[in-house]
Design a protein around this ligand. Structure first.
Ligand code: NAD
Length: 294
Protein backbone atom coordinates (compact mmCIF):
# COMPACT_ATOMS: atom_id res chain seq x y z
CA UNK A 1 0.00 0.00 0.00
CA UNK A 2 1.34 3.40 -1.01
CA UNK A 3 0.04 6.85 -0.07
CA UNK A 4 -0.76 8.48 -3.40
CA UNK A 5 -1.78 12.08 -4.08
CA UNK A 6 -3.78 12.63 -7.29
CA UNK A 7 -4.38 16.10 -8.79
CA UNK A 8 -6.79 16.33 -11.75
CA UNK A 9 -9.68 13.88 -11.46
CA UNK A 10 -11.32 14.50 -14.85
CA UNK A 11 -12.19 12.11 -17.67
CA UNK A 12 -8.79 10.43 -17.49
CA UNK A 13 -7.59 11.14 -13.93
CA UNK A 14 -10.85 10.02 -12.30
CA UNK A 15 -10.76 6.43 -13.56
CA UNK A 16 -6.96 6.23 -13.14
CA UNK A 17 -7.28 7.21 -9.47
CA UNK A 18 -10.14 4.71 -9.06
CA UNK A 19 -7.89 1.93 -10.38
CA UNK A 20 -5.24 2.82 -7.79
CA UNK A 21 -7.86 2.57 -5.04
CA UNK A 22 -8.88 -0.84 -6.45
CA UNK A 23 -5.22 -1.90 -6.35
CA UNK A 24 -5.20 -1.27 -2.58
CA UNK A 25 -3.51 2.15 -2.32
CA UNK A 26 -4.62 5.03 -0.13
CA UNK A 27 -5.42 7.76 -2.68
CA UNK A 28 -6.03 11.40 -1.72
CA UNK A 29 -7.16 13.62 -4.56
CA UNK A 30 -8.03 17.16 -5.53
CA UNK A 31 -9.70 18.80 -8.52
CA UNK A 32 -11.08 22.30 -9.07
CA UNK A 33 -14.34 20.73 -10.25
CA UNK A 34 -16.73 19.70 -7.45
CA UNK A 35 -18.37 17.21 -9.82
CA UNK A 36 -15.06 15.45 -10.55
CA UNK A 37 -14.29 15.35 -6.80
CA UNK A 38 -17.66 13.80 -6.06
CA UNK A 39 -17.27 11.08 -8.69
CA UNK A 40 -13.79 10.27 -7.35
CA UNK A 41 -15.07 10.19 -3.78
CA UNK A 42 -17.67 7.61 -4.82
CA UNK A 43 -14.82 5.52 -6.24
CA UNK A 44 -13.01 5.56 -2.88
CA UNK A 45 -10.66 8.55 -3.29
CA UNK A 46 -10.33 10.76 -0.19
CA UNK A 47 -10.84 14.37 -1.29
CA UNK A 48 -8.56 17.07 0.14
CA UNK A 49 -9.51 20.73 0.58
CA UNK A 50 -6.76 21.86 -1.79
CA UNK A 51 -3.86 20.53 -3.87
CA UNK A 52 -1.16 20.82 -1.14
CA UNK A 53 -3.50 18.93 1.22
CA UNK A 54 -3.67 16.03 -1.26
CA UNK A 55 0.12 15.58 -1.42
CA UNK A 56 1.41 16.28 2.09
CA UNK A 57 1.48 12.62 3.17
CA UNK A 58 2.11 11.14 -0.27
CA UNK A 59 5.06 9.01 -1.32
CA UNK A 60 3.86 9.27 -4.93
CA UNK A 61 1.96 12.17 -6.53
CA UNK A 62 0.25 11.94 -9.92
CA UNK A 63 -1.04 14.91 -11.95
CA UNK A 64 -3.47 14.61 -14.89
CA UNK A 65 -4.21 18.15 -16.08
CA UNK A 66 -5.27 19.89 -19.30
CA UNK A 67 -2.10 21.73 -20.44
CA UNK A 68 1.45 22.85 -19.60
CA UNK A 69 0.40 26.02 -17.79
CA UNK A 70 -1.80 24.02 -15.39
CA UNK A 71 1.04 21.58 -14.68
CA UNK A 72 3.54 24.36 -13.95
CA UNK A 73 1.04 26.14 -11.71
CA UNK A 74 0.13 22.96 -9.80
CA UNK A 75 3.79 21.86 -9.46
CA UNK A 76 4.57 25.32 -8.00
CA UNK A 77 1.79 24.83 -5.45
CA UNK A 78 2.36 21.21 -4.46
CA UNK A 79 6.15 20.82 -4.44
CA UNK A 80 6.63 22.97 -1.29
CA UNK A 81 4.12 20.70 0.47
CA UNK A 82 5.66 17.40 -0.71
CA UNK A 83 7.96 15.20 1.32
CA UNK A 84 11.64 15.25 0.36
CA UNK A 85 12.45 12.30 -1.87
CA UNK A 86 8.83 11.71 -2.94
CA UNK A 87 8.04 10.90 -6.58
CA UNK A 88 5.88 13.13 -8.80
CA UNK A 89 4.55 11.77 -12.09
CA UNK A 90 2.86 14.09 -14.57
CA UNK A 91 0.64 12.05 -16.91
CA UNK A 92 -0.89 15.05 -18.75
CA UNK A 93 -0.10 15.64 -22.43
CA UNK A 94 1.86 18.91 -22.47
CA UNK A 95 4.61 20.69 -24.40
CA UNK A 96 8.14 19.41 -23.99
CA UNK A 97 9.48 22.73 -22.60
CA UNK A 98 6.88 22.83 -19.80
CA UNK A 99 7.59 19.17 -19.03
CA UNK A 100 11.29 19.94 -18.59
CA UNK A 101 10.43 22.96 -16.42
CA UNK A 102 8.23 20.73 -14.22
CA UNK A 103 11.21 18.38 -13.72
CA UNK A 104 13.32 21.38 -12.64
CA UNK A 105 10.69 22.44 -10.07
CA UNK A 106 10.68 18.89 -8.65
CA UNK A 107 14.49 18.75 -8.51
CA UNK A 108 14.60 21.93 -6.39
CA UNK A 109 12.69 20.03 -3.71
CA UNK A 110 14.83 16.87 -4.08
CA UNK A 111 11.87 14.97 -5.46
CA UNK A 112 12.01 12.30 -8.16
CA UNK A 113 10.02 13.21 -11.26
CA UNK A 114 8.72 11.70 -14.48
CA UNK A 115 6.78 13.00 -17.44
CA UNK A 116 4.57 10.04 -18.33
CA UNK A 117 1.81 10.88 -20.82
CA UNK A 118 -0.54 8.12 -21.88
CA UNK A 119 -2.08 6.57 -24.91
CA UNK A 120 -5.34 4.62 -24.73
CA UNK A 121 -7.99 7.27 -24.03
CA UNK A 122 -10.82 7.18 -21.51
CA UNK A 123 -11.58 3.51 -22.28
CA UNK A 124 -7.96 2.62 -21.50
CA UNK A 125 -8.04 4.68 -18.29
CA UNK A 126 -11.18 2.85 -17.14
CA UNK A 127 -9.93 -0.61 -18.09
CA UNK A 128 -6.37 0.01 -16.79
CA UNK A 129 -4.95 -0.76 -20.23
CA UNK A 130 -3.11 2.54 -20.84
CA UNK A 131 0.36 2.74 -22.34
CA UNK A 132 2.69 5.14 -20.49
CA UNK A 133 5.67 6.76 -22.20
CA UNK A 134 8.03 8.13 -19.61
CA UNK A 135 10.88 10.63 -19.46
CA UNK A 136 13.16 11.12 -16.47
CA UNK A 137 15.89 9.44 -14.45
CA UNK A 138 16.18 5.63 -14.46
CA UNK A 139 15.67 5.56 -10.68
CA UNK A 140 12.46 7.59 -10.97
CA UNK A 141 11.14 5.22 -13.63
CA UNK A 142 12.01 2.18 -11.52
CA UNK A 143 10.02 3.62 -8.59
CA UNK A 144 7.09 4.58 -10.83
CA UNK A 145 6.75 1.47 -12.98
CA UNK A 146 4.82 -0.76 -10.52
CA UNK A 147 2.28 2.06 -9.93
CA UNK A 148 1.97 2.83 -13.64
CA UNK A 149 1.29 -0.84 -14.38
CA UNK A 150 -1.71 -0.72 -12.03
CA UNK A 151 -3.25 1.92 -14.32
CA UNK A 152 -2.04 0.48 -17.60
CA UNK A 153 -0.49 -2.54 -19.25
CA UNK A 154 2.70 -1.06 -20.64
CA UNK A 155 5.22 1.55 -19.50
CA UNK A 156 8.14 2.50 -21.76
CA UNK A 157 11.10 4.48 -20.43
CA UNK A 158 11.83 6.73 -23.43
CA UNK A 159 14.82 8.66 -22.04
CA UNK A 160 15.62 11.77 -19.99
CA UNK A 161 13.29 14.62 -18.89
CA UNK A 162 10.74 15.45 -21.61
CA UNK A 163 11.29 12.23 -23.59
CA UNK A 164 7.84 10.89 -22.69
CA UNK A 165 6.14 14.00 -24.08
CA UNK A 166 8.37 13.86 -27.15
CA UNK A 167 7.30 10.26 -27.83
CA UNK A 168 3.64 11.14 -27.30
CA UNK A 169 3.54 14.04 -29.75
CA UNK A 170 5.59 12.19 -32.40
CA UNK A 171 3.23 9.19 -32.14
CA UNK A 172 0.14 11.37 -32.35
CA UNK A 173 1.53 13.29 -35.32
CA UNK A 174 1.82 9.94 -37.12
CA UNK A 175 -1.75 9.15 -36.06
CA UNK A 176 -3.23 12.46 -37.27
CA UNK A 177 -1.45 12.25 -40.62
CA UNK A 178 -2.28 8.56 -41.15
CA UNK A 179 -5.97 9.05 -40.29
CA UNK A 180 -6.27 11.80 -42.89
CA UNK A 181 -4.46 9.56 -45.41
CA UNK A 182 -6.80 6.63 -44.79
CA UNK A 183 -9.88 8.90 -44.89
CA UNK A 184 -8.76 10.45 -48.19
CA UNK A 185 -8.32 6.96 -49.67
CA UNK A 186 -11.91 6.01 -48.72
CA UNK A 187 -13.27 9.27 -50.21
CA UNK A 188 -11.35 8.61 -53.45
CA UNK A 189 -12.55 4.99 -53.50
CA UNK A 190 -16.17 6.18 -53.20
CA UNK A 191 -15.69 8.49 -56.20
CA UNK A 192 -14.18 5.59 -58.16
CA UNK A 193 -17.06 3.22 -57.34
CA UNK A 194 -14.94 0.97 -55.10
CA UNK A 195 -16.71 -0.41 -52.02
CA UNK A 196 -15.41 0.33 -48.53
CA UNK A 197 -15.04 -3.38 -47.86
CA UNK A 198 -13.04 -4.00 -51.04
CA UNK A 199 -10.58 -1.20 -50.22
CA UNK A 200 -10.33 -2.45 -46.64
CA UNK A 201 -9.73 -6.07 -47.69
CA UNK A 202 -6.91 -5.04 -50.01
CA UNK A 203 -5.25 -2.23 -48.02
CA UNK A 204 -5.42 -4.02 -44.66
CA UNK A 205 -3.29 -6.82 -46.08
CA UNK A 206 -1.14 -4.62 -48.34
CA UNK A 207 1.32 -1.77 -47.97
CA UNK A 208 -1.45 0.69 -46.99
CA UNK A 209 -1.95 -1.22 -43.74
CA UNK A 210 -1.85 0.93 -40.57
CA UNK A 211 -3.64 1.32 -37.20
CA UNK A 212 -5.94 4.08 -38.53
CA UNK A 213 -7.23 1.56 -41.08
CA UNK A 214 -7.22 -1.79 -39.33
CA UNK A 215 -8.22 -0.82 -35.76
CA UNK A 216 -9.92 2.53 -36.17
CA UNK A 217 -11.36 2.40 -39.70
CA UNK A 218 -13.00 5.81 -40.39
CA UNK A 219 -15.97 4.40 -42.36
CA UNK A 220 -18.66 2.13 -40.86
CA UNK A 221 -18.59 -1.60 -41.65
CA UNK A 222 -15.12 -3.10 -42.02
CA UNK A 223 -14.11 -2.75 -38.32
CA UNK A 224 -17.33 -3.01 -36.28
CA UNK A 225 -15.75 -1.59 -33.09
CA UNK A 226 -14.48 1.65 -34.67
CA UNK A 227 -16.24 4.96 -33.73
CA UNK A 228 -17.51 5.26 -37.34
CA UNK A 229 -20.10 2.61 -36.39
CA UNK A 230 -21.29 4.71 -33.44
CA UNK A 231 -21.90 8.11 -35.04
CA UNK A 232 -18.25 9.05 -34.39
CA UNK A 233 -18.72 9.22 -30.64
CA UNK A 234 -15.17 9.47 -29.17
CA UNK A 235 -12.88 7.53 -28.67
CA UNK A 236 -10.36 10.25 -29.15
CA UNK A 237 -11.98 13.63 -29.75
CA UNK A 238 -10.95 15.86 -32.67
CA UNK A 239 -10.30 18.66 -30.13
CA UNK A 240 -7.61 16.55 -28.43
CA UNK A 241 -6.09 15.60 -31.79
CA UNK A 242 -5.82 19.30 -32.66
CA UNK A 243 -4.16 19.96 -29.29
CA UNK A 244 -1.56 17.23 -29.89
CA UNK A 245 -0.87 18.30 -33.50
CA UNK A 246 -0.38 21.86 -32.18
CA UNK A 247 2.12 20.60 -29.60
CA UNK A 248 3.97 18.73 -32.35
CA UNK A 249 4.22 21.90 -34.45
CA UNK A 250 5.43 23.96 -31.46
CA UNK A 251 8.12 21.34 -30.87
CA UNK A 252 9.02 21.26 -34.58
CA UNK A 253 9.49 25.01 -34.60
CA UNK A 254 11.62 25.17 -31.47
CA UNK A 255 13.76 22.18 -32.52
CA UNK A 256 14.06 23.14 -36.21
CA UNK A 257 12.44 19.92 -37.52
CA UNK A 258 10.75 20.10 -40.94
CA UNK A 259 7.26 18.53 -40.68
CA UNK A 260 5.10 19.76 -43.59
CA UNK A 261 2.51 16.97 -43.33
CA UNK A 262 2.25 17.47 -39.57
CA UNK A 263 1.49 21.17 -40.17
CA UNK A 264 -1.04 20.38 -42.90
CA UNK A 265 -2.76 17.81 -40.66
CA UNK A 266 -2.91 20.43 -37.87
CA UNK A 267 -4.51 22.96 -40.25
CA UNK A 268 -7.09 20.39 -41.45
CA UNK A 269 -8.09 19.52 -37.87
CA UNK A 270 -8.17 23.22 -36.97
CA UNK A 271 -10.70 23.83 -39.76
CA UNK A 272 -12.72 20.77 -38.69
CA UNK A 273 -12.78 21.91 -35.03
CA UNK A 274 -13.75 25.47 -36.02
CA UNK A 275 -16.86 24.08 -37.69
CA UNK A 276 -18.08 22.75 -34.36
CA UNK A 277 -16.81 19.15 -34.51
CA UNK A 278 -14.28 19.25 -31.65
CA UNK A 279 -16.31 16.71 -29.67
CA UNK A 280 -16.60 14.20 -32.52
CA UNK A 281 -14.13 11.37 -32.78
CA UNK A 282 -11.09 12.45 -34.83
CA UNK A 283 -11.85 9.76 -37.46
CA UNK A 284 -14.94 11.82 -38.45
CA UNK A 285 -12.45 13.83 -40.53
CA UNK A 286 -13.60 11.52 -43.37
CA UNK A 287 -16.95 13.36 -43.43
CA UNK A 288 -15.16 16.72 -43.65
CA UNK A 289 -13.08 15.49 -46.60
CA UNK A 290 -16.11 13.88 -48.28
CA UNK A 291 -17.85 17.28 -48.09
CA UNK A 292 -14.94 18.71 -50.09
CA UNK A 293 -13.31 20.64 -47.25
CA UNK A 294 -9.69 20.61 -46.21
P1 NAD B 1 -10.40 16.77 -18.29
O1 NAD B 1 -10.65 18.18 -18.69
O2 NAD B 1 -11.55 15.82 -18.24
O3 NAD B 1 -9.67 16.72 -16.84
C1 NAD B 1 -8.73 17.65 -16.42
C2 NAD B 1 -9.08 17.99 -14.97
O4 NAD B 1 -8.08 18.86 -14.44
C3 NAD B 1 -10.42 18.73 -14.84
O5 NAD B 1 -11.29 17.98 -14.01
C4 NAD B 1 -10.04 20.08 -14.22
O6 NAD B 1 -11.01 20.57 -13.30
C5 NAD B 1 -8.75 19.72 -13.53
N1 NAD B 1 -7.90 20.88 -13.24
C6 NAD B 1 -7.50 21.87 -14.06
N2 NAD B 1 -6.69 22.73 -13.41
C7 NAD B 1 -6.58 22.27 -12.14
C8 NAD B 1 -5.89 22.71 -10.99
N3 NAD B 1 -5.15 23.84 -11.01
N4 NAD B 1 -5.99 21.99 -9.85
C9 NAD B 1 -6.74 20.88 -9.81
N5 NAD B 1 -7.43 20.39 -10.88
C10 NAD B 1 -7.35 21.08 -12.02
O7 NAD B 1 -9.28 16.24 -19.29
P2 NAD B 1 -8.87 14.70 -19.57
O8 NAD B 1 -9.59 14.19 -20.76
O9 NAD B 1 -8.91 13.97 -18.28
O10 NAD B 1 -7.35 14.91 -20.03
C11 NAD B 1 -6.31 15.14 -19.09
C12 NAD B 1 -4.99 15.07 -19.83
O11 NAD B 1 -4.86 13.79 -20.45
C13 NAD B 1 -4.84 16.11 -20.94
O12 NAD B 1 -3.52 16.61 -20.92
C14 NAD B 1 -5.13 15.33 -22.21
O13 NAD B 1 -4.50 15.86 -23.36
C15 NAD B 1 -4.57 13.96 -21.84
N6 NAD B 1 -5.16 12.82 -22.57
C16 NAD B 1 -6.51 12.73 -22.71
C17 NAD B 1 -7.04 11.64 -23.41
C18 NAD B 1 -8.53 11.50 -23.58
O14 NAD B 1 -8.96 10.66 -24.41
N7 NAD B 1 -9.37 12.23 -22.85
C19 NAD B 1 -6.20 10.67 -23.98
C20 NAD B 1 -4.81 10.79 -23.78
C21 NAD B 1 -4.30 11.88 -23.07
Amino acid sequence: MTNIGFIGLGNMGGPMAANLVRAGHRVTGFDLSAQSCEAAREAGVAIAADAPGAVAEAEVVITMLPAGRHVIEVFGTILPAMRDGALVIDCSTIDVDSARKAHEIAAQKNCFSLDAPVSGGVGGAQAATLTFMAGGATEAFAKAEPILLQMGRKAVHCGAAGAGQAAKICNNMILGISMIGVAEAFVLAEKLGLSHQALFDVASTSSGQCWSLTTYCPVPGPVPTSPANNDYKPGFAAGLMLKDLGLAQEAAQTSGAVTPLGEHARAIYEHFNAQGFADKDFSAIVEHLRAGRD
